[in-house]
Design a binder for this molecule. Structure first.
Ligand code: NOJ
Length: 563
């Protein structure tokens, strides 16, 4: 296992120059349209982020991961990119972006940009050219166009389904208005899949990665990293012949996790390594855990998300198994591990843990995709328990070796907003499932900064997704300075973590089945009680606790750090 100097001992400038900065980083995800609105249009923007850099610095994070900020019609919250080398004018300009990077770097905070290589938007100039060009043209070859089945080609080329529901094929309309070929979209129809067998596509992404790296972007989060290369040999297999995403271990699926994808990432790695320090990357790859190491290898992207903790119940046995396996896998790949409880695709963990174990998951896809969790029903939600568990889980996560990926608002203990009116919903998963799956809007509601006022300080106009009245009590203003608040818990934990994280070792201490107890180097210990009864505390000096102790005992659903 490699070791890094204690981040707290390093000056911000040394931290910025450290090539290992990512190994044990606390990375805070900003979903820009819901973070802070500087120009009163109801949509968060780049200047809004810049204005909040002091807040980000006060949290003690090492990096920001910025979800897509590119020009987009927002058919999928910005993951439908019109132009990869620009900023959405609704969010600002390239000059605003540069100013934000300078401000973040000045505060010792790195920037990880989200990159979306599997699909562009249908408004990208390449796709418009493809629609205007004849069948078999080089413009069409940048995407995946195929003839339809049946005598008049009116049936899709295969019965494959899109991740968001419905067919994965959309019929295009030719210039003369007649129905034409079909194009593949693994996600929404507004997100046509790019053809990664096309050299121009590969070259253009290298140009994009260089464009942002030259502008000071420190790393990339790679969207659907496991989908880029495809075997489209005819006849296409039917959906019943395909294994599920994340299940196959032999690279035989026509579009998920094919071995050829790693040729692309080897090229990207060569580009990243031209920079000092090298640019980092983390793969969003829903692959079988045995196949994750290749994405995370030093010859590849360098790190890969594991969503195993996010998918686990609040359960000691499940957590222990996930942690043990992932630390071993990360060590094998040469990467450090990644940990996630919340992001813009899943039900916020304060709510998830307030639902019955395994419950509230009726909307979960057959392939186990967490973003299809639908939040459960209000009647079965116990938010007090959920919040207590979320705090305990987060404190445990922050004690683990590896990178902790935090999602905006989790430091406020925000719950999922379950009751967004259908008319206000935006997520294509909602629309493409006839509303059966409520979609992901509930975790994307704009942040509350103040206890009162228009959109709780998000901006001077309304918020693009309605905020519930109780958001005021969750606001930064309401929590700041209150040592029992979730915000102050995160701040204190992140500060301590920075001082305590040295090498990446973790040693389990034997404990009751419902308790997780481990030590980190220099005698730092973390203990979590997943059981129902208070337990005695091990010997040591208390550093921080996710909740109050009970007559000197560690209560249920609580984590403490001891030295
Ligand atoms: C994964 C992203 O996290 C999600 O938000 C998006 O909808 C899909 N990829 C498609 O880009």
């Amino acid at each position: 296992m490699s070791s890094t100097a204690t981040a707290a001992n390093m000056s911000p400038a040394d931290r910025m120059a450290d090539p290992n900065w990512w190994r044990q980083a606390a990375v805070y995800q900003i979903y820009p349209r819901s973070f802070s609105d500087s120009n009163a249009d109801g949509l968060g923007d780049i200047r809004g982020i810049t204005a909040k850099v002091p807040y980000l610095a006060s949290l003690g994070i090492d990096a920001v991961w910025l979800s897509p900020f590119y020009p987009s019609a927002l058919a999928d919250g910005g993951y439908d990119v019109d132009d990869y080398r620009n900023v959405d004018p609704k969010l600002g300009s390239l000059a605003d972006f540069d100013a934000m990077v300078a401000e973040l770097h000045g505060a010792g905070i790195k920037l990880i940009a989200d990159i979306v290589p599997n699909h562009s938007s249908n408004r990208h100039e390449w796709f418009r050219e493809a629609l205007a060009a004849p069948e078999g043209s080089s413009a069409r070859d940048r995407y995946i166009f195929r003839d339809g089945q049946g005598p008049d080609g009116s049936l899709p080329p295969s019965d494959w389904e899109s991740v968001f529901g419905g067919s994965a094929w959309q019929r295009s309309v030719d210039q003369d208005g007649t129905p034409g070929q079909w194009y593949l979209h693994l996600f929404a129809p507004e997100q046509p899949d790019l053809n990664w067998d096309n050299q121009e596509v590969r070259d253009d992404f290298l140009k994009t990665l260089r464009f942002w790296s030259d502008r000071g972007v420190d790393g990339f989060r790679v969207d659907v990293a496991h989908a880029l290369t495809k075997d489209m040999t005819h006849p296409l297999p039917s959906k019943d012949e395909l294994g599920s995403e994340g299940e196959l271990q032999d690279g035989s699926h026509p579009f998920w996790d094919r071995d050829e994808v790693h040729e692309i990432y080897a090229q990207w790695r060569a580009l990243f390594n031209e920079y000092t320090p090298p640019r980092t990357a983390v793969a969003e790859a829903w692959v079988h855990s045995s196949r994750r190491a290749r994405y995370a290898s030093p010859e590849g992207l360098g790190q890969a998300f594991n969503f195993d903790l996010l998918l686990a119940d609040f359960d000691a046995e499940q957590f222990r198994a996930v942690i043990t396996r992932n630390l071993a896998e990360a060590a094998d790949s040469g990467a450090s591990s990644t940990w996630v409880f919340s992001n813009h695709d899943v039900v916020r963990h304060a709510t998830r843990y307030g639902l019955p174990k395994g419950g509230g998951r009726e909307g979960r896809g057959q392939d186990g995709k967490a973003w299809l969790l639908n939040g459960g029903s209000a009647a079965e939600l116990d938010l007090v328990t959920g919040t207590r568990r979320a705090r305990a889980a987060s404190l445990l996560m922050l004690a683990l070796p590896g990178s902790a990926y935090l999602y905006q608002g989790e430091e406020l203990g925000l719950p999922e907003v379950a009751d967004i009116p259908d008319a206000a919903r935006q997520d294509p998963t909602f629309f493409r499932n006839q509303g059966v799956d409520k979609g992901r809007d509930g975790c994307r509601v704009p942040l509350p900064w103040t206890a009162e006022g228009e959109s709780f300080g998000f901006g001077d106009a309304g918020a693009h997704l309605p905020q519930p009245r109780e958001f005021g009590a969750y606001s930064v203003e309401s929590q700041e300075g209150d040592p029992s608040s979730t915000l102050e818990l995160y701040r204190a934990a992140l500060k301590l973590r920075r001082q305590l994280q040295t090498s990446e070792e973790l040693t389990w201490i034997s404990s009751a089945d419902s308790v997780l107890h481990f030590t980190r180097p220099a005698g730092w210990q973390s203990v979590t009680n997943f059981g129902t009864e208070p337990i005695p505390l091990p010997a040591g000096t208390m550093l921080i606790s996710s909740g109050p102790l009970d007559a000197g005992l560690l209560p249920a659903d609580t984590t403490v750090w001891l030295s």
